[in-house]
Design a binder for this molecule. Structure first.
Ligand code: SF4
Ligand code: MG
Length: 317
């Protein structure tokens, strides 16, 4: 459904242009939930904004393709992207307040999308907005539809975001840390809701998260990103059972262990190198316990491992 090929996205800074995504490639199959994981600053959000055509003004795609059902979104005009966004591909963010407009009612915001993307009239659009609010489990939907975002709790706002995103039945939902700002109980409810909606609508989901617990629960396949590149791609069971890339191994070691009440078993020392200051060899070498001489000199390509996993590491040459 979506194939990202060798995507390169650069940002303008005071010190010149820096490459933030450097040859990102992966594909999303129809109907699956794919997880994109990695520490903050690895390029997860920039990947989703590149797909949506919502990069900030200081950023641009300088190479590669984003093929959606065979059409290259990178070559689309702003107008063409506006038609795709919301109708074909919708997105939800971590903090709904940044994407909900405070001066319009919830209903008006859902209606605007529906009126733009479908042939419904105003009355039908309002009715549809109420239906969508009910679908995402919002009580008193007939009243909430006329309320403003600040009148709702964080969990309810996130439900409204999902209702908005779902309002034109997109084929692909891109969810960037959709539950990170929510407490654990609400988080579980929102994830359940997404799963339920996916089953009803055969929607494809790209779920960006730093939470591997969420990945284990929700995803079929996982893409691990590090320093602007994909370093591992695997089916979810394989990722957890036999992680390949040393970075993935480190991430899995960082899952809080409930049994021992230790908050973290192991955290990877060091930090992600900054864009513009990438080392010549493997970008993880400074933090890798398995690093060899070669790793400091030559950047590893993404190797195919024989179990179908991909790993950007010389250990799999
Ligand atoms: Fe570690 Fe070398 Fe593999 Fe990089 S290529 S992850 S430094 S072993
Ligand atoms: Mg992010």
């Amino acid at each position: 459904m979506l194939e990202i090929k060798n995507l390169q996205t650069r940002f303008r800074t005071d010190n010149g242009e820096i490459t933030v995504l450097d040859g990102v490639s992966f594909q999303i199959n129809k109907g699956e939930t794919i997880g994109v994981v990695g520490e903050s600053g690895c390029g997860k959000s920039v990947t989703s904004l590149s797909i949506m055509g919502l990069l900030p003004r200081t950023a641009r795609i300088t190479g590669g393709e984003i093929l959606y059902n065979g059409e290259n979104l990178v070559a689309f005009s702003k107008d063409q992207m506006r038609k795709v966004r919301g109708k074909e591909i919708a997105m939800i963010f971590q903090e709904p307040m940044t994407s909900l407009n405070p001066v319009y009612t919830i209903g008006a915001q859902i209606m605007e999308l529906v009126l733009n993307h479908t042939s419904m009239n105003k009355k039908q659009a309002k009715e549809h907005a109420i239906q969508m609010l009910k679908l995402v489990g919002i009580p008193r939907a007939e009243e909430i539809v006329d309320e403003y975002p600040h009148q709702l709790s964080g969990g309810m706002r996130q439900r409204v975001m999902i209702a908005m995103a779902m309002s034109c039945s997109p084929s692909l939902l891109v969810a960037d840390e959709p539950t990170t700002a929510l407490d654990v109980t609400i988080q579980a409810q929102i994830l359940d809701l997404m799963r339920e909606l996916q089953q009803k609508s055969e929607m494809t989901i790209m779920l960006i998260t730093h939470d591997l617990g969420v990945v284990a629960e929700m995803c079929d396949r996982v893409v691990v990103m590090y320093a602007g590149q994909v370093v591992e791609e695997a089916e979810v069971e394989k990722l957890f059972a036999t992680p390949k890339h040393p970075y993935t191994v480190g991430l899995l070691g960082s899952i809080p262990d409930m049994d021992t009440e230790q908050e973290y078993l192991f955290t990877i020392g060091g930090t992600v190198p900054s864009p513009g200051q990438m080392p010549p060899g493997c970008r993880f070498a400074e933090r890798c316990q398995k690093a060899m001489d070669k790793c400091y000199e030559q950047a590893p390509p993404l190797f195919d491992v024989n179990d179908g996993t991909k790993s950007r590491c010389w250990l799999y040459e």
